[in-house]
Design a protein around this ligand. Structure first.
Ligand SMILES: [Fe+2]
Ligand SMILES: [Fe+2]
Length: 193
């Protein structure tokens, strides 16, 4: 369903489980960034009614995710500390068309959001299937379901504003690029991406 070109090695779940505190911190920042990028989309494309209507509730949902992960950290006495540089997201952003039309910018941003949601969903699935603690399996299962819905929302928004063919063509380019980016770094024991 997600069309991702590089499946995550299922063994990553066991490694991640051993360094759960790092995974939780990284996950918390991912949720915070998801909320922030939704706000930024709303500000940049405030004239696009459908986008504003659909993305506004998403801010609340992603912020809720952030709080859920923070709570889990608090229970375990893990501090949030400072964010790290997000090489995965930065490289995806560098792939955006330079000096592009507003329409192209909208497309690239929606597809980037869709792709990050899709990859997060795929990684949460691996964690939900591969961790040994039933509580954590359920924890990641819920995130997996939620991020799958966000992936669909961003894809639908792209097709709402741009011709389907154009969206599909650019989506293929994004999928290829994401595969190349991920191939340069192994699934990290401390990171979601
Ligand atoms: Fe989320
Ligand atoms: Fe999401």
């Amino acid at each position: 369903m997600l069309h991702l070109k590089l499946p995550t090695d299922p063994r990553w779940a066991s490694v991640a489980e051993l360094s759960l505190e790092y995974i939780l911190v990284d996950h918390a920042w991912c949720e915070q960034k998801a909320a922030t990028s939704c706000i930024s989309l709303i500000i940049q494309f405030s004239d696009k009614e459908e986008l504003v209507n659909q993305v506004t509730p998403l801010v609340t949902e992603e912020w809720g995710h952030f709080r859920t992960v923070l709570l889990e950290m608090e229970k375990r006495g893990i501090p949030l500390a400072r964010p790290r540089k997000d090489e995965y997201v930065n490289q995806m952003l560098a792939f955006h068309a330079k000096g592009a039309s507003r329409e192209q910018k909208l497309l690239d941003q929606l597809l980037t959001c869709a792709l990050i949601e899709a990859r997060s969903c795929e990684r949460f699935r691996v964690l939900s299937l591969g961790m040994t603690d039933p509580y954590m399996r359920e924890f990641y299962h819920r995130f997996m379901v939620s991020e799958a819905g966000h992936y669909t929302l961003f894809m639908n928004l792209a097709e709402h504003y741009l011709p389907r063919e154009r969206v599909r063509k650019r989506w293929e380019e994004f999928l290829e690029r994401e595969k190349e980016i991920l191939a340069t770094f192994e699934p990290h024991p401390h990171r979601i991406h």
